[in-house]
Design a protein around this ligand. Structure first.
Ligand code: GP9
Ligand code: MN
Length: 686
């Protein structure tokens, strides 16, 4: 034992030993911070392992620099780096407590959007245990000051520092590979800052953030207002006059946008086990006062949900890589649905049962002008309520009703469901239909979660009826993207009965539900080809708002002039006659390769699609909307918005004085009791 202590102390008295000891202490305190100060959502052994080891490579690299030096200054250097990095960790702990997100370059540069007077409130939010993150620096200083550890001042053989740095790089490579295997496309799709910290560590997240921000800033800095000329011209030349028959029919109505996670159109009227999977949606779909679309496609890229949200509320395409909400949501200028309607007297709110940082919603929604963002922080999320990407839909929708009833009318409320999300797992007590039998574990659970989603929508629609909101609201429902990717063609063949389900079929199965339901609306099933990019112009026309001078890449689906070329993010497309997938052109009606189509026809269609995609990319990458003025539209000032729970709830309460919320109109008696749900978790609570 004595011998071990002696050899450890001997090792610590070497510079290499000291560096390794410092890395170890830093790792321990980081784990402490990860587990007690942040909410990284670590699940399973791989993620736990990565969370524990991810500080090691970068700290070894940084502290290892001390090995290239000699004398006392090498120790001082290490302590300074240690101290500075700890201040950084400490700042993140405080920022996270307030905003559930990490500090980024954009925030620090104080673009004004989200700095939110952090300085002022720091004293109010700091907790004594936060200072524990400085403990390791203190220990190292004391050990040196009291000569428990002696400084090793001689120059080391150059091979040692080189070896340590190489080891650090190697370890980082291993960390990255393992992270990539657990979460493919971690860095390209971007998702959520929490993910990068969980997998690669806080420091790596910062480096990643700086590189990414520098790159996007450079493009924006070069962009000038004249870049907009060709885009404005394109808009003018391609403007589609909306259908006047529908202009303003929903003027002044409340608007519900219901996001049906991963729901594909083929689930509508689909039967399994002799039973309809989505009876509630089917009923809506066939109702006389529902405008239903059966040739409506999702057009998302890697940003999936985020791309769908961007298209639906801005009529701008997602980017070819990553998610525009993440890369540009905080800084760009937008002319989005919430801001447009806000200026028409609407209260605007988004509801989502997940953390606010996912897809950078917490920042992007401010740029879009959302008055409120009710994220998981606003809900009482108990054990068993959560499933993968947030609260289970039945609980989420039910609990949203207490905020909905407080929104001053007219309001625009978006509700984002999550339960029907890959990998489509659902606890036994929530299952109400048996799994399909394709033998593909991803596909087979899909009908169960889709049915659950449908039931939750049924309950919600029922509440709208009970509360009287159905008479005063327009309800828009849409599926955001495919649920079953093209990696499951075999299972899809079995499920749909399409023999040899191929690329053409996969393109056709990008159809997602899109329905607009409103009392007295002239409905029916509309066969127009269109997609998510067309939603905003369609809704604005129904709401009686002119989009004439806006930069929007879609057009009114109800217009007889609506061009029916649906662009996919990768440049493929579908029209009523032609479907392009890769280098193949198919006849949309027969599914056969189209041999008659001329190369001229091919390039006309292809050019139209690629021109639109690239013009949209130029708007987003160059932040060109900052140069575009729309008469009557005031630019959003992000500083006007705060989603801090206490501030928002105070504002909501104060807004009751207007007397326009359903709650106020019901003499302040809550209508949430009228909400019936069979969510087993809620009856367990009683
Ligand atoms: C997360 C949820 C899922 O908040 O919206 O996003 P997705 O994985 O579908 O893009
Ligand atoms: Mn989604």
């Amino acid at each position: 034992m004595k011998r071990i202590v002696k050899s450890i102390s001997k090792f610590l008295n070497t510079r290499l030993g000291f560096v390794i000891f410092a890395v170890l202490l830093f790792t321990l305190k980081t784990i402490y911070a990860y587990t007690t100060k942040f909410n990284l959502g670590v699940k399973g052994p791989i993620q736990t392992f990565l969370m524990i080891i991810n500080p090691i490579p970068i700290m070894l690299l940084l502290f290892g620099i001390a090995l290239y030096m000699k004398g006392r200054k090498s120790y001082i250097f290490l302590l300074i780096i240690d101290f500075l990095d700890t201040i950084w960790l400490f700042s993140n702990v405080l920022y996270y407590r307030e905003f559930s997100d990490f500090l980024t370059m954009v925030l620090i540069k104080g673009s004004g959007s989200v700095s939110n007077n952090l300085g002022k409130s720091i004293m109010g939010i700091v907790e004594p245990t936060d200072f524990l993150v400085f403990l390791d620096v203190l220990i190292l200083i004391l050990l040196l000051a009291f000569h428990v550890i002696r400084m090793d001042v001689k120059r080391l053989n150059w091979k040692i520092p080189v070896l340590v740095s190489s080891l650090a790089v190697l370890l980082f490579g291993a960390n990255l590979t393992l992270a990539g295997s657990d979460r493919p496309q971690l860095l390209t799709r971007t998702f959520d800052n929490n993910y990068i910290v969980k997998y690669l560590g806080l420091n790596v997240f910062n480096i990643y953030d700086v590189v990414k921000t520098t790159r996007t800033n450079a493009v924006k800095a070069q962009a000038k207002s004249s870049d907009l000329d060709s885009i404005e011209k394109y808009m003018k030349n391609n403007y589609v006059t909306p259908n006047v028959e529908y202009s303003g029919v929903a003027k002044g109505k409340n608007v519900f946008i219901i996001h049906l996670e991963s729901l594909q159109q083929f689930m509508i009227d689909f039967k399994w086990d002799g039973e309809e999977v989505t009876p509630n949606l089917n009923k809506l779909y066939h109702e006389d006062d529902t405008l239903s679309f059966d040739n409506f496609f999702n057009q998302v890229g890697q940003g999936k949900t985020a791309d769908a949200e961007l298209m639906l509320e801005n009529s701008l395409f997602g980017l070819p890589e990553g998610s525009a909400m993440v890369t540009d949501g905080t800084t760009n200028t937008f002319q989005a649905a919430p801001a447009i309607l806000d200026q028409q007297g609407y209260t605007t709110a988004s509801f989502h049962g997940d953390v606010p940082s996912f897809w950078n919603r917490d920042n992007t929604y401010k740029s879009w002008g959302y008055d409120y963002f009710f994220s998981s922080e606003y809900f009482n999320v108990k054990k068993g309520y959560d499933i993968g990407y947030g609260m289970k839909d039945k609980i989420f929708l039910k609990d949203s009703s207490k905020y909905i009833e407080q929104l001053p009318q007219p309001f625009y409320a978006k509700l984002i469901t999550v339960t029907n999300h890959y990998p489509y797992t659902l606890d036994k007590k929530n299952q109400s239909i048996s799994k399909t039998d394709t033998g593909d574990s991803t596909v087979d659970g899909y009908v169960q979660t889709a049915k659950y989603l449908d039931e939750s929508i049924g309950e919600f629609m029922n509440w709208l009826k009970e509360s009287g909101l159905d008479k005063t609201s327009m309800v828009v429902l849409y599926g955001d993207h495919y649920g079953i990717s093209d990696n499951h063609k075999k299972a899809m063949a079995k499920l749909t009965g399409i023999k040899g389900f191929n690329d053409f079929d996969n393109a056709q199965y990008q159809r997602v539900p899109f329905m607009i339901h409103m009392d007295g609306l002239k409905g029916g099933i509309n066969h127009t080809y269109g997609g998510e990019i067309d939603v905003l112009p369609t809704l604005l026309n129904l709401l009686g708002v002119s989009d004439k001078n806006m930069i929007q890449f879609g057009s009114d689906l109800l217009s007889k002039d609506h061009p029916q070329t649906v662009a996919f993010r990768n440049g493929d497309f579908v029209t009523p006659t032609v479907t392009k997938v890769g280098s193949n052109y198919y006849n949309t009606k027969t599914g056969k390769v189209d041999k008659k189509i001329t190369s001229e026809q091919k390039s006309t269609l292809s050019n139209k699609v690629t021109t639109e995609l690239s013009l949209s990319d130029r708007v987003v990458n160059g932040d060109l909307l900052r140069f575009h003025t729309v008469p009557g539209f005031t630019k959003v000032d992000k500083k006007d918005y705060s989603y801090k729970k206490s501030t928002a709830l105070k504002k909501l309460k104060a807004s009751q004085k207007k007397g326009t919320s359903v709650l106020a109109q019901n003499d302040d008696k809550s209508l949430t009791d009228l909400y019936t749900t069979d969510a087993p978790e809620l009856s367990d609570d009683k």
